[in-house]
Design a protein around this ligand. Sequence first.
Ligand SMILES: *Cc1c(COP(=O)(O)O)cnc(C)c1O
Length: 404
Amino acid sequence: MSNKNEMDYSPDSIAASYSQRDKWLKSAPLPVVDPIYNASTYFLPSTAVGEAIIAEKQPGYVYSRIRNPTIDVCAEVIAQLEGAQGGTLLTSSGMAAISLVFLTFLKSGDHLVCQYPVDTHTIKLIEDLMMGNKVEVTWVDNNKMDAFEKAIRANTKMVFVESPCNPSITLQDLESLGKLAQRHPQLITMVDGTFASTYVQQPLKYGVHISMHSCTKYMGGHSDITAGCVSFTNKELYKKAQWYSTFLGPSLSPFDASLLHRSLKTLPVRMERHSINAMKIAKFLEQHSKVKVVHYPGLESHPQHNIAKSQMKMFGGMISFEVDGGKEAGIKLVESVQLISLAVSLGGTGSLIEHPASLTNTESLMDEEARKKCGVADGLVRLSVGLEDADDLIKDLTQALEKL
Ligand SMILES: *Cc1c(COP(=O)(O)O)cnc(C)c1O
């Protein structure tokens, strides 16, 4: 309803549908921060205009599951950061982004080549839903690109990798993946780059087709939203996924899109501090007598340190390390920290620690053999290094390690 109320509407009508749209249209305040449009639907000046917007013959909005201005602004920021010519879609979680891509591009009888391991829930999505839908899958359990290439068949539709990979912090060589994509033009290549964030690494610039992130992690960065994004190298892929997004309905809420947009403003400074802190802590852990091995791409001892240097702007905030004394010691450590919090997830301002064998890669999700294949030793601990003073974090880890 217009705010002029010339028809002298009843309080019921005013309560139900009053808005200040006329005032806004005439003298819109121009805020420096984009407003949150939490509307689910939009006034249409006429059916003809509505029809033209739906047919994409005219810009505008009709219904927020399809498009929303707050989401569009945030998606545009990510598209620019990713170098995504095709555009970016935002989703209500990282898993929603992966599901959207799989359901859009993989049909019964298609073949998927997937790195092993990837995120535990991605493994479950593929094993339960995609394989249940008769999508064929080949798991490739090492990081050599020729193993991926050997797995490609006539019906291979997609190659999916995660880099850095959870929880072993191994990397996938993105340049080789881009070259593989060039040699097999029928393939769609996709990278889950959640552990790095788009500031640290941009897969699309190597010729990869699709880049996704769980924005619940670094992109959101404050442990206060669940969100995902998926960016496409060309309009054709984007359009197809957007079409399915309209039906599957994984849209992000405008409020969460606004928080995500706000977070992106500090992504570069946050990633820089995460990386500086993580490097100090990785070096501290590497020389500690109770630590067997440290996995961090910034360490020269990381087997793929050279790949990290070539494709990552900095080395990020994710470390995993193995303590002496197996499961008991791993659990003792994560329960002994004080400044650091025992919690799953990652990428927030506060440091988080977890024990993969009992939480993210636990028995209810995978058996012993699968856990081994994922590089989850009993004493493995995963640390998401936050923005605290690195010396304080080292102090905390020192006292916790002393308890082992
Ligand atoms: C967290 C995570 C996901 C899933 O994202 P959600 O936002 O939790 O749905 C996927 N991949 C990786 C690497 C993750 O860390």
